[in-house]
Design a protein around this ligand. Sequence first.
Ligand code: PLP
Length: 391
Amino acid sequence: MRKSGRHYLQIPGPSPVPERIMRAIDMPVMDHRGPDFGELGLRVLEGLKRIFKTTGPVIVYPSSGTGAWEAALVNALSPGDTALMVETGHFARIWRKLAGRLGINGELLETDWRRGAPAAAIADRLKADKDHKIKAVCIVHNETSTGCTTQVVDVRKAIDECGHPALLLVDTISGLASADLQFDNWGIDVAIAGSQKGLMLPPGLSFNAVSEKAMQAAKHTTTAHAYWNWQDMLDANKNGYFPYTPATNLLYGLDVAINMLEEETLEQVFTRHKRHSAAARLAVTHWGMETQCQVDEEHSPVLTAVRLPESHDADQLRKVILERFDLSLGNGLSDLQGRVFRIGHLGDFNDLTLAATLSGIEMGLATTNIPFNPGGVQTALDFMQRSPAAN
Ligand SMILES: *Cc1c(COP(=O)(O)O)cnc(C)c1O
């Protein structure tokens, strides 16, 4: 049945694609080996460096974010290598599974899924690794299953203070362009990202930003890989071209997405995300519910994962909200299935988008027997009105 009005896709990625980007994508496909393509290629490759805050290369794959995970692992590590993988949630867990399939020994550092990766515990583990068996520390910048961020700077500090040579691999698939990421300043070796979250594009592009140290490591790895080879990409990228057919139309969209982020300025984009996250949390607290994240400084600017009181089913609530108000919320993943629902407040988003999203949730709660304190929406509205956006 036709539904009137706009669908609210408030899952933490894919995020809604702004019309300006849709229009850019809706253009004739061009010859990716022709004379005009190189200019576009060079422009987006340079633009991406500014988004990652790096002077080094950013590699673009036509794949989902998982492809860029695989690319990072096969280029930087060899079978038999140990990688310390911090299990901050569902995405950290499946990253380890992937590493296992590639013959990499993912050593797990567990958490309670209610905070970012703990730098102190990482330091303890690295100190014990006297003969440097651990070749990489793998963390998730913004854990999309829990709504917790990791303080990447602290993890880098922990590695350096131990004098440990491990590479630092960071999944920022849902962090990039919503939460600050400073690839060079923070000493990241490989950052993994995707198109469909903060970059406001449809799914289909993924990225590896690569440090000089990771490029050096890649010269000696023995993992079989062909399609994902960094060096093939870099050789062709020099002139703005790709070794195989790129996702041409998504690159048109990426070009515009970079412009949009820079028109608003990245700093303002990050401030905006934090402000909407704070407003969403006020509503959740007013409802009498807990956020999954329990550390004040680690609340995600991208999404808020809300825990329902014991014995209530978050998927049932999401179903009611989708059917009645045409609003999609994120589900609880793996261990959190049915326990939490996730509010995406990322990408092309403003005060009224948050107002609508929270209203849909509050009306949804009112139609169920979940105990809650009405008025959370008003609390968020009051906050947004009191503290206007900077632009
Ligand atoms: C979305 C997401 C992924 C998975 O990306 P795909 O594009 O679905 O392959 C991995 N890690 C994090 C943190 C994510 O948010």
